[in-house]
Design a protein around this ligand. Structure first.
Ligand code: 5GP
Ligand code: MG
Length: 175
């Protein structure tokens, strides 16, 4: 597929995504039955994943969002900036962080550290995609949709300069 002269190679098709999302929703429904978890989507990338995910749950839940930006310069460990905080009070609540992709792990570590400060009862991490060859994680990821190669990917919420978020599958950009 070619859009605006950028060649996209499909790596995970829509059917595979939808069936994995259903499996994840079932696992979370079992884990949090009668616990009314609060799902926190990390904007902007996770907006499609979280909306498909919660629509496949068989339990009650709340939904909130947080927005961060991460900057990684060459030879720096990188910094994460909070752009929009959650609105809900998560004290004593079961929190499920919903990420689109974990690359270096910097963003998720920042988020867990920050949300822990509000004393939730538990924090679980769900990510649609993980690049295991790059991620340097000091914390466990509870649910991973798909492990992928260390290529830049777009679609299903993920962008390249704000393009391609609307695509229902995941693509890598042709180099
Ligand atoms: P990390 O902090 O784990 O290095 O990166 C996390 C964030 O970087 C993700 O939430 C996402 O916004 C962005 N990111 C990392 N890899 C990719 C990628 O392959 N494609 C896109 N579109 N964003 C990515
Ligand atoms: Mg993200």
């Amino acid at each position: 597929m070619e859009i605006n002269k950028i060649k996209l190679i499909k790596i995970i098709d829509e059917t595979a995504i939808q069936s994995r999302v259903k499996e994840i929703a079932t696992e979370l429904s079992n884990k949090f039955d009668n616990k009314k978890p609060i799902f926190i989507g990390v904007l902007n990338g996770s907006f499609i994943f979280i909306s498909d995910l919660v629509r496949n749950l068989s339990i009650n839940c709340e939904v909130d969002f947080i927005k961060v930006s991460s900057y990684k310069g060459q030879n720096t460990t990188g910094t994460v900036k909070l752009l929009k905080d959650i609105s809900a009070d998560i004290t004593n609540r079961h929190v499920v962080i919903v990420e689109d992709i974990i690359d270096s792990g910097l963003t998720i570590e920042f988020l867990v550290k920050r949300l822990k400060g509000a004393s939730p009862q538990s924090i679980s991490i769900v990510t649609l995609l993980l690049k295991p060859d790059i991620a340097k994680l000091s914390l466990p990821i509870d649910i991973i949709g798909f492990e992928i190669a260390p290529d830049f990917v777009v679609g299903y919420g993920l962008d390249y300069d704000q393009d391609f978020r609307h695509l229902p599958a995941v693509y890598r950009l042709e180099k």
